[in-house]
Design a protein around this ligand. Sequence first.
Ligand SMILES: *[C@@H]1O[C@H](CO)[C@@H](O)[C@H](O)[C@H]1NC(C)=O
Length: 336
Amino acid sequence: MAAQMIVLVFCVAAVAALPADTVISKLNDGPRYQYVSSGEGPKLVDTWLTSSSMARTARYAPDTENVYHLFTRQNPTISQPMLLGVPSLIAANFDPSRSTVVLIHGWSSSATSDFVVNLVPRILAAADVNVIAVDWSAGAYEPNYYSVVANNVPLSGSSIGSFIFWLNLSTGASIATYHVIGFETGAHIAGLVGRSLGGLIPHITALEPPRPGFNLNSNAFLSTDGIFTEAMHTNAGVTGLVQPVADVDFYPNGGTTMAGCRWWDWECSRDRAYQYLGESILTGGFTGVLCESLLEATSGSCESEETLNMGGLTAKFGSSGIYYLTTNEQSPFSTG
Ligand SMILES: *[C@@H]1O[C@H](CO)[C@@H](O)[C@H](O)[C@H]1NC(C)=O
């Protein structure tokens, strides 16, 4: 006991002895403090890496700390948690012959977020699948955004990829049966999961991929991360990326301020992404019109005859392009 006390006091003293929190590097050339959407709403974040945050993130160990919560029609409300590399925890209800939908939450969030709570019952109502809600909250609550983007996002992405690969080795569940859905920072993680598995995941959906730290970042979502990739932009240019990143990119209501949300309420527009997806899974709709350019999509002036439905659980193999649609202000959001 006494020895532990001495060690603890020593550590505190060592930190206190640092002259200042040294800036080690910068995420990009933009301003140091930028707005990023999180599970607790938009936050003004530090995009510079400091010595104190580097020490904290070095402790994030996704291989042991990420938890994989399985939900199925046999257990729609109480999860069966799994851990990478622990055979005794392979969930009894995991059926390798079913398709698997993986949900990845965003920054400052967890597997109990509204994104997961909204989608799990809708997915299970529509399809008899395994739903795995990844909990990477051990890395998601890091307050220094630089550390999240540069360290925890890529670490989590490759660790989730390892989990899917390990589950294949342990149960025979084929990677060709997966649909990975990521929201907010989790959208970029979803891409990295697919990339770590050689781009062989058939279906990846990026819901409102964030912009700060991901412009020109090699860890940002890429259309090649899966066989069919789809992105939904609902707060583009504010907290979200503006440019298309997937095979198919939807810009509902022009992509920035969603119908029924006030222009300053980023959280409202951002959260529409999983609300639209949840509704599309149950009742379809959300018919998008093909645009000739991003400008056409953001200004809502697309006039093509070609259409494609946004969302759903079925991959639209072979489709590509930028699409625009309008929505209702409240649920049901689809106008047809
Ligand atoms: C996974 O397991 C099955 C056997 O059930 C196998 O056919 C498949 O090739 C494995 N690998 C991947 C990458 O899915």
